[in-house]
Design a protein around this ligand. Structure first.
Ligand code: SF4
Length: 325
């Protein structure tokens, strides 16, 4: 039996596990199946070479091995009925990862036209072109870090990993010339300040790379245990809002003001900022269209990315957390 790893929420939507969910995922979160650890060594990752963590975890999500054939058949039905609007495939670096990835993509494509995102490290152009031919709709190369220094520390040379900031940037730039849609993941809460996060978001967006925001989540057994600090929530909300204003074309990084790295002015009228906060969309999950990632980084009491529309209580809490109104 061929297997695929699928998040527990995805298996719930597919009817392969009984899961009680507040908000179900609108994307099927999958990972190529292997029992090997990844040969890279990203310090935050459960699957890293030197991690002691349970490899079924990706951030807070549990990815359970499941029968590939059943998953793909049900994925087709869930897409046709409108329960799922995308499939997201996560990879890992091991001998045979490319063959496993190609097999999974082709197996899904043989059954369904569901848009597929692939999250992967930088590849040669010929592989990008093959992926386009297989029907990959959005290519995502996770930078994870907002600065070169943090990158080196958590997944580059200081972590004993094979990746470099330059290599990831080059991979993203080449991908954005080949794919119509390219994205990245940025994890906040790793020591970057508001300005560093907003600067990289603006730079990526200018080169047609869509940055999806995550909050760093400690997984027991991984090699990084970054502490949350009192400013974490304000920082996350501020960067989320700045990202939204940038990608919606309502504000630009050069017009924003910072004091010691802390954003103090979005460069647009306060009444507009307030209207955007009240509207709430800025705080919903960002990334590929249709990706809501429920509970990927959150607990019920601490939600960083809202996987659904916000209610008035959520908005009041956000205003309080941002401390600006
Ligand atoms: S933004 Fe969502 S769908 Fe896109 S690669 Fe990231 S997790 Fe997958």
């Amino acid at each position: 039996m061929k297997k695929v790893r699928a998040s527990i929420g995805t298996l719930g939507v597919l009817g392969l596990e009984l899961v009680q969910m507040d908000t179900p995922p609108t994307t099927a979160y999958l990972q190529i199946f292997t029992e090997k650890r990844c040969s890279a060594n990203c310090l935050f990752c459960a699957q890293a070479r030197e991690s002691q963590a349970d490899i079924t975890f990706i951030a807070r999500g549990v990815y359970i091995p499941a029968d590939l054939e059943k998953v793909v058949l049900r994925l087709k039905i869930a897409f046709e009925r409108g329960y799922l609007s995308r499939a997201c495939i996560q990879t890992a670096l091991y001998n045979g990862w490319w063959e496993d990835t190609v097999y999974l993509i082709k197996t899904i494509r043989n059954e369904s036209l569901i848009p597929i995102s692939l999250s992967v490290f930088p590849l040669d152009d010929w592989r990008y072109k093959e992926l386009i031919g297989m029907g990959i709709e959005e290519l995502v190369i996770p930078l994870d870090a907002c600065t070169r220094e943090i990158f080196d520390k958590i997944k580059g040379k200081n972590a004993g990993g094979p990746y470099s900031w330059e290599g990831h940037m080059d991979g993203l730039m080449r991908a954005s010339r080949i794919f119509k849609k390219v994205g990245t993941h940025l994890m906040l809460g790793l020591g970057e300040n508001d300005e560093e996060a907003v600067r990289i978001i603006a730079g990526l967006w200018e080169t047609a790379v869509n940055p999806a925001l995550f909050y760093y989540t400690y997984v027991p057994g991984t090699q990084l245990a970054q502490k949350e600090n009192q400013d974490s929530v304000r920082h996350y909300r501020t960067v989320q809002l700045a990202r939204y204003l940038i990608v919606e074309g309502m504000a630009a990084y050069p017009g924003m003001s910072f004091s010691n790295g802390v954003l103090c002015n979005f460069g647009i009228g306060k009444e507009i900022v307030l209207a955007i906060i009240n509207e709430g969309r800025a705080f919903q999950t960002s990334g590929c269209a249709g990706c809501n990632r429920p509970m990927a980084n959150e607990t019920y009491s601490n939600i960083f990315n809202f996987p659904r529309k916000l209610d008035s209580k959520d908005i009041e809490k956000i205003k309080h957390d941002m401390g600006i109104f």
